[in-house]
Design a protein around this ligand. Structure first.
Ligand code: PMP
Length: 452
């Protein structure tokens, strides 16, 4: 008979599963967690041990695992239609979701194009912005401006417009050339300088790049307010305001990648709201389905849509597709997610949770190897350094974050530092007590990870 303990699943897994973003040899000593079930903010393995999901399962989960309301919505949809081709056909969930997204998004984003993961949404936005200018008879506008430390996904186009060396360097020979501008990352601000001052000062680089390259640039792409995979690097909304105005002035499109920061993560439904701006294109995924099913959307403005709307023979159409574009099950999860935001007043209720999280996490700041604790809403990060006075980072080869990860796992909390940055990005159903637990376990982990 089959044994059902963790070890059996780990053994079977390692015989055939090639895990994402993983050096598989690590699993000779780093334990793999076989998850049998999830409930709320908790995951449970095959031996009944529970893990608090402090990172929302790669930043996707919003309202807990096995959420009864989302389960019911997906189950109901399953009874009538699981999937249908979205070219030439339509269905109620995709219609309702498009109406709801157009209503919820920053003003002017009225058109919804679907894909099935974040990277694909970025590919869509990149191709669409290039193609927009081509349809306007300006094919020379084909380049992209991006920020240092940015991350937009792993497919080749998304990788090209991103800027995290660990993921990008190897593949450089395969990637299009982009214009990279220093990030407004406020970790780098001068002593006494405010986030707003620093962000404003850093905008000068963007202004220069636009002056120099606007004639050959299709779009600027960035992660509003938080560069997540780049180490939860944060900046002030004023940067987005300056960027919106400059893009208009220079006739360059603005792509907001809200794949990670969208759906309440920074304290507003979309991060762009904090700057009061509308991008020309906005990429959504992850929390779009409350982390239930793979789905992404690219919201586009009416002028962009209009540039593609023409006689077929002109070949101006956006002939891009994915098999699962606008999958009905995923759309039904997304609709249930938006309904929870509305009925439970999630954005306002999150203010209490994020205040608690920020307040607790800021106690980590006194640690001799924590250079900074920073926050935008429900994203809080602590930067570990070898030397606090000089902010000398730990060499990546020491893998301090991995030590912290392993300690947290032992203690029943899923924390997964990016490099030397430990962060909290919990589901919105987390309780104040669970917030305290994740911060305490992080404190122990930081102690262990920095004690030599
Ligand atoms: N953009 C951002 C800002 C992201 O954080 C991510 C995922 N971490 C992506 C794009 C890529 O999304 P996916 O992993 O679904 O391809």
């Amino acid at each position: 008979s089959m044994r059902t303990d963790n070890a059996t699943y780990v053994e079977r897994d390692l015989a055939h599963v090639w895990h994402p973003c993983t050096q598989m040899k690590d699993h000779e000593h780093v334990p793999l967690i076989p998850v049998r079930r999830g409930e709320g903010a908790w995951l449970e393995d095959f031996e009944g041990k529970r893990y608090l999901d402090a990172i929302s399962s790669w930043w996707v989960n919003l309202f807990g695992h096995a959420n009864p309301r989302i389960n019911a919505a997906v189950r109901a949809q399953l009874e009538s239609l699981e999937q249908v081709i979205l070219a030439g056909c339509t269905h109620e969930p995709v219609i309702r979701l498009s109406e709801a997204l157009a209503a919820a998004a920053p003003a002017g984003l009225t058109r919804c194009f679907y894909a099935d993961n974040g990277s694909s949404a970025v590919e869509v936005a990149v191709k669409m912005s290039f193609h927009y200018w081509r349809n306007l008879s300006r094919p020379q506008k084909r380049r992209f401006i991006t920020l240092s430390g940015s991350y937009h996904g792993e497919t080749l186009g998304a990788l090209a417009v991103g800027n995290v060396d660990l993921y990008k360097d190897i593949y450089k020979p395969l990637l299009m050339d982009v214009i990279t501008v220093p990030s407004p990352d406020c970790y780098e601000r001068e002593p006494g300088e405010s986030w707003a001052e620093h962000s404003r000062r850093k905008f000068a680089h963007m202004e220069t790049a636009l002056e120099r390259h606007a004639h050959e640039t299709a779009a600027v792409i960035l992660e509003p307010l938080v560069q997540c995979a780049g180490g939860m690097r944060m900046y002030d909304p004023v940067y987005l305001q300056l960027l919106r105005a400059a893009c208009d002035r220079h006739e360059v499109l603005l792509i907001a990648d809200e794949i990670a920061v969208g759906f309440g993560r920074t304290g507003t439904l979309f991060a762009c709201e904090q700057a009061g701006i509308s991008p020309d294109l906005m990429c959504l995924s992850k929390g779009l389905t409350a982390g239930y099913l793979p789905l992404s959307a690219v919201l586009a403005s009416e002028p962009i849509y209009a540039a593609f709307y023409d006689e077929y023979l002109k070949l101006n159409a956006f002939l891009h597709s994915h098999s699962f574009t606008g999958n009905p099950l995923a759309c039904s999860a997304a609709l249930a997610c938006l309904e929870i935001f509305r009925s439970d007043d999630v954005i306002n209720r999150n203010r209490v949770l994020s205040a608690r999280l920020g307040e607790r996490a800021r106690t980590l700041q006194d640690h001799p190897h924590v250079a900074e604790v920073r926050q935008h809403g429900m994203i809080v990060a602590a930067e570990l350094v070898r030397d606090k006075a000089t902010r000398t980072p730990y060499p990546w080869q020491e893998r301090r974050g991995l030590r912290l990860y392993r300690h947290a796992i032992e203690r029943g909390v899923l924390l997964r530092p990016v490099g030397n940055v430990v962060y909290f990005m919990p589901p919105y159903v987390v309780t104040p007590e669970e917030i305290d637990l994740m911060v305490e376990v992080a404190r122990e982990g930081i102690e262990l990870a920095t004690c030599d």
